[in-house]
Ligand binder design. Structure first.
Ligand SMILES: *[C@@H]1O[C@H](CO)[C@@H](O)[C@H](O)[C@H]1NC(C)=O
Ligand SMILES: *[C@@H]1O[C@H](CO)[C@@H](O)[C@H](O)[C@H]1NC(C)=O
Ligand SMILES: *[C@@H]1O[C@H](CO)[C@@H](O)[C@H](O)[C@H]1NC(C)=O
Ligand SMILES: *[C@@H]1O[C@H](CO)[C@@H](O)[C@H](O)[C@H]1NC(C)=O
Ligand SMILES: *[C@@H]1O[C@H](CO)[C@@H](O)[C@H](O)[C@H]1NC(C)=O
Ligand SMILES: *[C@@H]1O[C@H](CO)[C@@H](O)[C@H](O)[C@H]1NC(C)=O
Length: 332
């Protein structure tokens, strides 16, 4: 069973990679799913379209011309809705009332704007388990709100990296944040709601920056890379944006795994260190009477190395040469 899940996960990852150019967001099929589509710029809409692409066939679901008219395909009339009121805000997210397996497929949300022209987001609806299951994290990163957070893809040393793709993985949705193919030198323009910074160059290929982090940026981020040899590596990091006020104890249970292991090691080290110090302190008073005795006995002993000189008879002999005759006294 576990093997099967793993296989599914691998298949999913593989498919995600291969279809990079074919979708911007993957959404888990659910009855009341919403396909998020928000145009990020401020220019004026002239027309918006939602279409479903199944194979070679495309079905127009909605065509909307602001302040003019709206066309809804009869098959979708009572099955989908979107906020007309928010059209001015460029939010054309499409929600389903009662989606079913028939709604699996790829959807396109196309904005026609003035003066920027066309902007398209492709959303793939898949029947899937929680996407987070397929993405167990390799590490944790915590940051405070307002910071510019840099996510680094940890790749094997000397990995001849060819291309890198960063995704945000939520249980119900996967969004591509950045994608870069070095040999083509092309950079993908993210349709994710949140702006992220990335460069498509050899030096900064592996990192993506989330500027001015917010609590909602917390979550899993997945980096998939491919070497020029064709080998693939996947790295997943969980980002935790502390809300500034909550104390750090809150993070520990979440961070779990590696962090608690580190903590346990740290505690063990402290205990060992503390015990050693105690043993040393315990040993010292035991010796002290002898030390004092010998001090009294020798009197002119150098005060610089009291413990040392007791254990090391040779040194005593040389150092305390003048009082050598009295030396054996303390030793019974
Ligand atoms: C958008 O439309 C409004 C009113 O129709 C107009 O005032 C504004 O200049 C337009 N903006 C652009 C970028 O064309
Ligand atoms: C959206 O607009 C269409 C057509 O203009 C209308 O039939 C529908 O009731 C509106 N929906 C909402 C939620 O306003
Ligand atoms: C866009 O509208 C949908 C509902 O149709 C809503 O759930 C979503 O939060 C909105 N997104 C933004 C960025 O306003
Ligand atoms: C949703 O659709 C299924 C069949 O596709 C139907 O059996 C069910 O009654 C519908 N539910 C609602 C709330 O419309
Ligand atoms: C984040 O980056 C921007 C642009 O480089 C810079 O202006 C800003 O000060 C940075 N913020 C922080 C908290 O470092
Ligand atoms: C990256 O670019 C190379 C060379 O053009 C090409 O062979 C390869 O298929 C590209 N990879 C993707 C995922 O597009």
């Amino acid at each position: 069973m576990a093997y099967f899940t793993l296989l599914l996960a691998v298949l999913h990852v593989h498919k995600a990679w291969c279809e990079v150019t074919f979708w911007d967001t993957a959404v888990q099929l659910s009855e009341t799913m919403t396909l998020e589509c928000v145009y990020p710029m401020m220019d004026n809409l002239t027309q918006v379209e939602w279409t479903k692409i199944s194979g070679t066939e495309t079905v127009k679901i909605i065509v909307y011309i602001p302040n003019y008219r709206m066309y809804i395909d009869p098959n979708y009339l009572h099955r989908v809705h979107f906020l007309n009121s928010s059209v001015g805000l460029h939010n054309m997210s499409l929600s389903f009332y009662n989606a079913s397996e028939a709604d699996i497929g790829t959807y396109s949300c196309l904005f026609n704007t003035f003066p920027n022209g066309l902007w398209e987001k492709k959303i793939k609806v898949v029947q899937s388990d929680s996407f987070e299951i397929a993405a167990s994290s390799n590490g944790y990163l915590s940051a405070e709100p307002g910071q510019n957070v840099t996510l680094n893809c940890q790749l094997p040393r000397n990995w001849p990296v060819q291309q890198v793709m960063w995704e945000k993985v939520q249980p119900h949705q996967v969004d591509i944040l950045a994608s870069c193919n070095l040999s083509q030198g092309t950079r993908y323009t993210s349709k994710y709601l949140r702006t992220t910074w990335s460069k498509c160059s050899q030096e900064s290929l592996q990192s993506v920056i989330i500027p001015n982090a917010m609590a909602t940026d917390s979550g899993l981020y997945r980096c998939q890379s491919e070497a020029s040899t064709g080998e693939k590596e996947t790295f997943v990091v969980r980002l935790i944006i502390t809300d500034g006020r909550t104390n750090k104890h809150f993070i520990l249970p979440i961070a779990g795994g590696s962090v608690s292991l580190l903590l346990v090691i740290l505690i063990i080290i402290i205990i060992i260190f503390y015990n050693r110090r105690r043993r040393r302190q315990v040993r010292t008073p035991l010796k002290e009477p002898r030390d004092k005795q010998s001090k009294v006995a020798t009197n002119c002993r150098s005060p610089t190395s009291p413990i040392h000189s007791i254990d090391d008879e040779k040194e005593d002999i040389y150092v305390n040469y003048p009082t050598f005759s009295r030396r054996p006294k303390p030793r019974f």
